[in-house]
Design a protein. Structure first.
Lengths: 501, 230
C-alpha cells in the first residue's frame, strides 16, 4: 500500500472536528480524486495525506495515523518525507516567494545539495515537459495564476517524489491552461507511484484519475470509479457540489435599461513586446440589468480592460463614460463610486479592522443606504460584524466582497473570477448578488475562466482578444462564434447544467 | 541596467561598502555633499528603478537629520553656521550610505543573492538572511503600492488630498501590509520546509556564478517571452 490513513481525525479548535475517523487507502499506481464543497475539509485532508499536517502546520486536534509505504509519516523526518511527497497547495502563492522560475524549480534540489549539472538537467527536463521554457528567467510573482501553478508543480516533481498531492490545481485556470495542466499531469503521473487530487469540478481532470471519493460532513464516501459517478447528480448535490452533468439554466436576458458604461476607441499606453497597445480601438457598452460575461485567454487584456475602467492604468486614447458622463479624467477614487470592484483575492482591498467597518466604508463611498447587519446576513456573514476581515477564510472574504459591492450602491460591479461560485452554497450567494444588482437597475461585469459559470449567469458575452473585443453578443451565438472557435476551448453548451437553487 | 543586475551580489556589496567608507571619511560638508551628489548621479545614470521614490524618502531623511543635528548642536552652544556644517556633513554621509545600499537592493534579485551565497559556500543561515534582507524590502514596497491602488479602487481619494490626509491613508495601508508581510514570511517558511532547506547543509546552485551571475537558462530555439497583460 502506497498511502493509508487510519481513523484520521482533524480539528482546528471548533467543537466538531473537521474530519472524523477518516480511513483511506491508495494503492501504488492509483490516481484518486477527492471532491467536496468549500470548507468540507479537502485541503486539511490533503495536507494530512502529504504530511504538511503535522510536519509544517499543527492543527488543534490530530489523531489517527497516515502511512507512506507502510511507514508512519509522523516518524519520518521532514526533509526525507518531502523528498518522497510532492505537494501543490490550493493557493500556489503560499509556496512561492520572489525567485525566478528556474530558482523555484531548482530550490528542492539545491537545498539538498544536489550537484549543479544534475540540477540543471532536471530543470531543463521539467521546463521542457511542462512547456515552461517561455517563462525562463521570469520572476514568479510576475506570472499569471496558471503559470505560477505550473511552476509549483514542476518544483513538486523536481525531487522525483513517490506521491503527488495536488489541491484544486485547476483553480483560476483558463480552459487552455487546464488542458496544458492535464497533459503535464498525465506525463508527470507516469513518473510517480500515486496521485491524489482534490477538485470541486471533477470534469477538468477526469481523464487523469480513475477513482473518486466525495467528502462532506467530516467523512469520506466509499471509493468508487469516477466515470459512472459523474452521472449520479444526487450524490454531488448531497456533497454540496454542482453536479458535473446537470440541466441548463441560462439566465433570462433582460430588456436592457439605460446605458451605465460606454467605452469608445479605448487604447492603452501599456504595450506588448511588439510595441502594440494591449488594448486598441476597444468599444464596449454596459446597460442596466445586464450581467456581462468577459472571457479571454490569459494575457489577452481582461485585467488591463478592468484596470483601464477603474483608472488604475493610464489610457492613451478613447472615451470612457459612466452614466452618460465623461469619466476619462476622473480619479480612480471618483470612478470607484460608480464601479465597485470585487477581486479574486479580497485580501488585496481590505484595510479596516472589522467587517462592519469595511461595509460601512463601502457604503460611505457610494450611494448605499442599507443597514450593515442586513447586508452581512444576506451574504452569510451574520454575527461577523466585529471580526477582523483578515481573520475570515478566503471564502468568507469573497462573501464580504459581494456585501461591500452591494452596500456601495455603485451602478456597476466588476467581479473578477469569483471562486466562491464553485459549489452550491457559493453559487447561491453569487446568484443572490446578481439578482439584487440587476433588479435594481445596476449591472455586473463578470470576468471568469469558468465558462459554465458564465453560461449559467451572464446575459451577454464579450471575448477579449487581439487588443479589442472580437465578439460582443448573446451567449448562444458566442459559443459558436469564430472568435470563440479561435480560442480552441470546449464550449460549455457541450455539457448541460442546472442552477444552484 | 540588466548587466548591473547580473553582476555578482558580493561585487556590488563590496563596492557599496568601499564607497560608503569613503563617504564617511570625507573631512567636511564641502567634500561630503558633492560626493553624495555624485553617488546619486551614478544611480541616475545607471537607471536604478524607482529612483524618484527613493529621492523623496532621502530628501525627507536629510531634512530630519539636519533638523535633529541642528537642535542638538545649538543646545550644546555651537554657533548656527558651525552646527549647519556638521549637520550637512552627517546628512551627506547618510544619503551616500542609503543610496549605495538602495542600489545594491534594487539591482539584486533574491535568486541571484541565493546563487552568489551558495557558490561562495556560505552557511545556509547566512544565505537565507542576506536573501531575505535584500529581497523582502522591494517586495513589501511593491505590495504597499498595490494596496494603494486597492484603496483608490474602493473610492478612497488618496492623491488629490492634503498631506495630512495622505499620511493618514498611508498609515491605513499598514494593516494589510502587515498581513501581507506575515503571509510572505509564512510562504517563505513553508517553502523552506517543504523544499528541504536545512541550516546544517550548504546549498548548491543551478546558476553559473563568477563576476557575473547567469540570469536564466537558455534554449537556442526560444524566442523572447512576450509581456503578459493579465
Amino acid at each position: 500500500m502506497l498511502l493509508s490513513a487510519h481513523s484520521l481525525t482533524l480539528g482546528f479548535g471548533t467543537s466538531e472536528p473537521l474530519l472524523h475517523e477518516v480511513d483511506l487507502d491508495l494503492q501504488s499506481g492509483q490516481r484518486l480524486m477527492i471532491c467536496g464543497a468549500t470548507g468540507s475539509g479537502k485541503t486539511s485532508l490533503l495536507m494530512a495525506l502529504s504530511g504538511v499536517i503535522p510536519k509544517i502546520t499543527a492543527p488543534g486536534h490530530y489523531a489517527g495515523t497516515v502511512t507512506l509505504d507502510g511507514e508512519d509519516i509522523a516518524t519520518i523526518g521532514a526533509d526525507a518525507l518531502f523528498a518522497r511527497v510532492g505537494y501543490v497547495a490550493q493557493a500556489a502563492e503560499d509556496q512561492l516567494w520572489d525567485l525566478s522560475v528556474e530558482d523555484i524549480i531548482a530550490f528542492p534540489l539545491e537545498n539538498r545539495a544536489v550537484p549543479r549539472d544534475e540540477v540543471r538537467a532536471r530543470i531543463r527536463f521539467l521546463m521542457e515537459h511542462l512547456e515552461l521554457t517561455e517563462l525562463a528567467g521570469r520572476r514568479v510573482l510576475t506570472l499569471s495564476g496558471g503559470e505560477r501553478r505550473m511552476v509549483v508543480l514542476a518544483a513538486a516533481l523536481a525531487s522525483r517524489p513517490r506521491l503527488l498531492v495536488l489541491d484544486e490545481p485547476t483553480t483560476g485556470l483558463d480552459p487552455a491552461a487546464r488542458q496544458r495542466l492535464c497533459r503535464a499531469l498525465e506525463q508527470a503521473a507516469d513518473d510517480v507511484s500515486g496521485v491524489v487530487i482534490s477538485e470541486q469540478d471533477p470534469t477538468h481532470l477526469a481523464s487523469l484519475t480513475d477513482t473518486l471519493v466525495l467528502i462532506s460532513g467530516g467523512t469520506l464516501s466509499r471509493m468508487q470509479p469516477l466515470a459512472p459517478a459523474l452521472e449520479d447528480a444526487a450524490q454531488w448535490r448531497d456533497a454540496g457540489l454542482l453536479a458535473p452533468c446537470r440541466s441548463p439554466a441560462r439566465r433570462a436576458v433582460p430588456t436592457p435599461g439605460k446605458e451605465l458604461l460606454s467605452v469608445t476607441g479605448l487604447r492603452t499606453r501599456l504595450t506588448r513586446a511588439s510595441g502594440k497597445p494591449v488594448l486598441d480601438e476597444l468599444n464596449l457598452s454596459l446597460k442596466a440589468g445586464e450581467v456581462l460575461g468577459v472571457i479571454g485567454r490569459n494575457g489577452a487584456g481582461k485585467t488591463t480592460l478592468m484596470k483601464s475602467l477603474l483608472g488604475l492604468i493610464p489610457v492613451a486614447a478613447g472615451e470612457i463614460c459612466l452614466s452618460g458622463q465623461p469619466a476619462r479624467d476622473w480619479t480612480t477614487a471618483r470612478r470607484a463610486r460608480s464601479i465597485a470592484y470585487v477581486p479574486q483575492s479580497m485580501r488585496q482591498i481590505l484595510f479596516h479592522m472589522t467587517v462592519a467597518e469595511e461595509v460601512a466604508f463601502a457604503r460611505s463611498m457610494g450611494r448605499g443606504t442599507e443597514e450593515t447587519a442586513a447586508v452581512l446576513t444576506r451574504y452569510g456573514l451574520e454575527g461577523q460584524e466585529e471580526t477582523n476581515p483578515f481573520a475570515l477564510s478566503s471564502r468568507q472574504q469573497g462573501q464580504l466582497g459581494l456585501a461591500c459591492a452591494e452596500a456601495s450602491g455603485a451602478a456597476i460591479a466588476i467581479v473578477d473570477e469569483p471562486l466562491l461560485a464553485r459549489d452550491l452554497a457559493g453559487r447561491g450567494l453569487l446568484e443572490t448578488f446578481l439578482e439584487r444588482m440587476t433588479s435594481r437597475g445596476r449591472a455586473v461585469m463578470l470576468i471568469s475562466h469558468d465558462l459554465e459559470l458564465i453560461d449559467d449567469v451572464a446575459t451577454r458575452l464579450v471575448i477579449v482578444g487581439e487588443g479589442h473585443l472580437p465578439y460582443d453578443g448573446s451567449l448562444a451565438e458566442g459559443w459558436t462564434s469564430t472568435a470563440f472557435g479561435a480560442l480552441g476551448w470546449p464550449a460549455p453548451a457541450a455539457k448541460p447544467r442546472e442552477t444552484a437553487a | 541596467m540588466s548587466r548591473l543586475q547580473e553582476l555578482n551580489f558580493f561585487a556590488k556589496l563590496g563596492a557599496a561598502f568601499a564607497l560608503m567608507i569613503v563617504a564617511w571619511l570625507m573631512p567636511d560638508w564641502r567634500w561630503g555633499l558633492p560626493f553624495a551628489a555624485l553617488i546619486l548621479l551614478l544611480l541616475w545614470v545607471a537607471r536604478v528603478p524607482k529612483l524618484g521614490g527613493y529621492l523623496k524618502g532621502a530628501a525627507l531623511l536629510t531634512l530630519m537629520v539636519i533638523i535633529s543635528w541642528m537642535i542638538n548642536l545649538l543646545l550644546q552652544g555651537l554657533a548656527p553656521v558651525a552646527a549647519l556644517a556638521v549637520a550637512a556633513k552627517m546628512a551627506a554621509r547618510l544619503v551616500a550610505t542609503t543610496a549605495l545600499f538602495y542600489f545594491v537592493m534594487e539591482t539584486s534579485t533574491p535568486g541571484a543573492i541565493l546563487a552568489a551565497c551558495s557558490r561562495a559556500r556560505l552557511p545556509a543561515v547566512a544565505t537565507l538572511i542576506l536573501s531575505l534582507l535584500f529581497g523582502m524590502i522591494p517586495m513589501l514596497r511593491d505590495e504597499f503600492e498595490r494596496i494603494a491602488d486597492a484603496q483608490r479602487a474602493r473610492g478612497m481619494e488618496i492623491d488629490d488630498v492634503s498631506f495630512l490626509r495622505k499620511l493618514r491613508f498611508a498609515l491605513a495601508r499598514g494593516v494589510p501590509l502587515l498581513v501581507q508581510a506575515i503571509r510572505t514570511a509564512h510562504a517563505i517558511s513553508f517553502s523552506l520546509t517543504l523544499y528541504g532547506f536545512d541550516l546544517s547543509r550548504k546549498r548548491t546552485t543551478w546558476r553559473d556564478v563568477g563576476l557575473m551571475v547567469e540570469p536564466r537558462m537558455t534554449w537556442p530555439e526560444r524566442a523572447a517571452a512576450p509581456i503578459r497583460a493579465d
